[in-house]
Design a protein around this ligand. Structure first.
Ligand code: MLT
Length: 407
């Protein structure tokens, strides 16, 4: 009989957001008359920018012609998009990143989940706590951990994030090989300063570790002093990989397009001690397991960088950040202590209740879905997360309901 990968048995029965969706569906079935407001998963609500819609249509029309038809594209992405990304996201901010270092994909969830495949099974992995569950679960699947005991997997190095350190982890006092960092942070919305990030880069270079930097929410940074990319830091090309997404800034959660930056000079060691190009390994993996994002989607993504696209994307970001402001203001007035919501679309809130109990209370008493902090790790206990991705009407209604329950 075929044998399963037993590492999957170490995982919780279902993925955090699937778990939440099940509870919400049960509530909706039992309360069909209640209008549930979902502030749990960070899924965008506003339509695609017009510039993207137009480019999408035009590309589909092209695909319907003999001369404009596109079959398989380059797995790494079309040059027009890679070039636009390199110029607009990096070179314009003084980062030394070229188009050939950009790998276009269908999502940062996949990329940040898949990247561990190119590293050794016995790599020592550090993750923040609380953490986006994908980083942890994919390492569990790959067999890099022991069993889960009291909410933590044996073998992982957990970097505690709490009110005491402003939810920003410091480098550990021991060697690790891979470190996952995410700023602006999911779930806490906290942002590392330039100095804090520089400490991480210096640590990684010193210990020959690689930082897997998730910058999916970088567009929401309002403070010009906060770096938007790890590559703004001195020496990061030697020790970092960055994940970016069009999901949240341009509304592509359903359209799917993202990219990963792997510097050409980044190396890691083979078992025999030889230095190997990480860029080449990722290219090998990507071209073997992925056939590229569709031409119309890449055209739509490239339109983000047109003058009108830039204005429209900024409009979306401003819209969601205004929601975040409303959430932060209401919760503050009710006496909750929170972080995030200022340079990030997530608001991370402290509560005296266990977080799943708080989740049930909010759902039952206000018909609002939040994400319980414990779902992101042990240090998330006693917290909940609210997402600012919603219509203004829903956010205002949700805040009115929260006022009624907690006033
Ligand atoms: C979240 O809510 O944490 C994100 O939407 C998850 C994701 O981007 O996969």
């Amino acid at each position: 009989m075929a044998q399963i990968n037993d590492n999957f048995q170490k995982l919780k029965a279902s993925y955090l957001f699937s778990d939440i969706a099940k509870r919400v569906n049960a509530f909706t079935e039992a309360n069909p008359d209640k209008r549930v407001i979902k502030m749990g998963i960070g899924d965008v609500t506003e339509p695609l920018p017009e510039a993207c819609v137009r480019a999408f249509h035009e590309a589909i029309d092209e695909m319907g012609t003999r001369t404009g038809f596109h079959g398989y594209g380059p797995e790494q992405g079309y040059p027009f998009l890679r070039e636009a990304i390199a110029v607009n996201e990096y070179q314009s901010r003084g980062c030394d990143i070229g188009a050939s270092e950009i790998f276009v994909s269908d999502g940062s969830k996949c990329d940040s989940g898949n990247i561990q495949e190119i590293f050794a099974r016995d790599s020592r992995v550090a993750v923040p706590d609380p953490v986006y569950p994908v980083y942890v679960d994919t390492n569990v699947m790959a067999g890099r951990t022991g069993p889960n005991r009291d909410g933590r997997y044996e073998g992982l190095v957990y970097l505690e994030c709490n009110a005491g350190n402003g939810y920003i982890p410091s480098p550990p006092d021991r060697d690790v090989d891979l470190v996952y960092l995410c700023f602006p942070n999911n779930p806490t919305g906290a942002c590392a300063t330039r100095q804090q990030l520089q400490e991480w880069v210096d640590f990684a270079r010193d210990r020959e570790a690689i930082i897997l930097f998730d910058a999916a929410y970088q567009s929401f940074i309002r403070n010009p002093d906060i770096p938007r990319s790890i590559f703004e830091l001195e020496g990061a090309r030697d020790c970092a990989i960055e994940f970016r997404s069009f999901s949240k800034n341009a509304g592509f959660t359903g359209t799917r397009c993202a990219f990963t930056v792997v510097p050409e000079n980044l190396t890691a060691k083979s078992a025999s001690g030889e230095e190997v190009s990480v860029h080449k390994l990722w290219n090998r993996r990507h071209s073997t397991k992925f056939n590229g994002v569709s031409y119309p989607v890449q055209k739509a993504a490239a339109a983000i960088y047109s003058p009108e696209g830039k204005t429209q994307v900024q409009g979306l970001i401003d819209f969601y950040m205004e929601n975040a402001k409303v959430i932060v203001k209401t919760l503050g007035e009710l006496g909750f202590s929170c972080v995030g919501g200022i340079n990030a679309p997530y608001v991370w809130v402290k509560t005296d209740q266990p977080s799943w109990e708080f989740f049930d209370r909010l759902l039952n008493e206000a018909a609002i879905v939040c994400t319980p902090g414990a779902g992101f790790g042990t240090c998330g206990e006693g917290h909940f997360r609210l997402s600012a991705f919603n219509s203004r009407e829903n956010v205002e209604l949700a805040m009115e309901r929260i006022r009624k329950v907690f006033a």
